[in-house]
Design a protein around this ligand. Structure first.
Ligand code: DSN
Length: 420
């Protein structure tokens, strides 16, 4: 990372950026929605493109001087269309929540009914949570998971038939199993609903064929670009040509002003990286690492929601050991592991305390971690959960975590960081 320019003009901010780099370097990052971009993606995000206003879309802008950013945004569109095999893509949404907001604006009127996954069962804020615009402006019904931690599609169908939503949302922030988009479409067709697939978490797995694609089933697909997909922070909406105009208008002028062309350039770089065959190896390793981590925790006598994982994440269920997600996430931070507390299905604790910790492997896999490393990570987590009062074990856990951080340096120090 090139910090000299900032250092010369704003040492205060430069120092804090350095501190954050050091925190990332010395932490095993298991927050399931985070990743480490390549240096090329990061560099693209820090270019002169940040100076350009480009309201509108490529070759149909409201301001002059857009001939270069037109080419950049078109390239980003073409690459993401190829990556997912879709007819149309809008790469302007600033985030996943804004991508969802634009889809809602296009298909819904205030007060219309939507059916999404309940936040406490693994859904996302923007899928109808009462504290989000989606829960305030629309009439929300929710589905969850059964006692085994799986989506019960018969139950989703029953709720849909009873409530006749105008939009059904398939997708989650914390669901470790394969999502059956075909079944969701059958349910949507039965009640005349549109289907939105929010693949923010599993985007890289879908792009590489390691998770079934919603293309051909969902009317709209939204994703973020910064989770498994390993791009800059941002969102994308994909759909068939018949909805292209409506979706584009819902993004601008419907919900956003000028697009962030520097971020769009970084998205284009990330899509280019994801189109390379090596990216599939990365995505497969993400899954292998998550499975190994889940199995190591289970072998150590701990519970994992749904008994394992098919994708990049899993949730440790702490009810049996009588600890809270909040406490364990804080303990993990002390031993250089970052993860977030998360509710488990039917959680007796509040969302501020929770009985679970969500663990994801996208970031550590970028760093180079393999199954052998994940076994060590699983041992550290198990020790922290089971023997948090034992000073010797706790200190040993810290040393083990730091040794892994040393083994896989980040960015300019890190030859092992996967850049493709
Ligand atoms: N907050 C993100 C996550 O952690 O899953 C989703 O937007």
């Amino acid at each position: 990372m090139e910090l000299n320019v900032i250092r010369n003009t704003d040492p205060e901010i430069a120092k804090l950026v350095e501190e954050e780099l050091s925190r990332q370097q010395n932490t095993i990052e298991l927050i399931a929605s985070e990743n480490f971009t390549s240096e090329a993606v990061m560099a693209a995000a820090g270019t002169v493109l940040t100076n350009k206003y480009a309201e509108g879309k490529p070759y149909k802008r409201f301001y002059n001087g857009c001939e270069i950013v037109d080419k950049i945004e078109s390239l980003a569109q073409e690459r993401v269309k190829k990556l997912f095999g879709v007819q149309h893509a809008n790469v302007q949404p600033h985030s996943g929540a804004q991508a969802n907001m634009a889809v809602f604006l296009y298909v819904l009127k205030p007060g219309d009914k939507i059916l999404g996954m309940d936040l406490s069962n693994g859904g996302h804020l923007s899928h109808g949570s009462p504290v989000n615009f989606s829960g305030m402006y629309f009439d929300v019904v929710s589905y969850g998971v059964n006692e085994n931690g799986y989506i019960d599609y018969d139950d989703v169908e029953k709720i849909a038939i009873e409530n006749k939503p105008k939009l059904i949302i398939a997708g989650a922030s914390n669901y470790p199993r394969i999502i059956d988009f075909k079944r969701f479409r059958q349910i949507a067709d039965k009640v005349g609903a549109f289907l939105l697939a929010d693949i923010a978490h599993i985007a890289a797995l879908v792009a590489t064929g390691l998770h079934p694609s919603p293309v051909g089933y969902a009317h709209f697909i939204t994703t973020t670009t910064h989770k498994t997909l390993r791009g800059p922070r941002g969102g994308v909406i994909m759909c068939d040509d018949e909805h292209a105009l409506g979706i584009d208008k819902a993004v601008f002028p419907g919900t956003q002003g000028g697009p962030l062309e520097h971020i769009i350039a970084a998205k284009a770089v990330a899509f280019g990286e994801a189109l390379k065959p090596e990216f599939k190896e990365y995505a497969q390793q993400v899954i292998n690492n998550a499975k190994t981590l889940a199995q190591t925790l289970i072998d150590n006598g701990l519970d994992v929601v749904s008994g394992g994982t098919d994708n990049h994440l899993l949730t440790l269920d702490l009810r049996k050991v009588g600890k809270t997600g909040k406490d364990v996430a804080n303990l993990l931070e002390e031993v250089h592991i970052t993860a977030n507390k998360n509710t488990v299905p039917n959680d007796p604790q509040s969302p501020f305390v929770t009985s679970g910790v969500r663990l994801g492997t996208a970031a550590v896999t970028t760093r180079g971690f393999t199954e052998e490393d994940m076994k060590i990570v699983g041992e550290i987590i198990s020790n922290v959960v089971k023997y948090s009062d034992d000073e010797t074990i706790f200190e040993k856990s810290k040393r083990m975590a730091l040794a892994l951080c040393e083994k896989y340096p980040l960015y300019s120090k890190g030859e092992k960081l996967r850049t493709i």
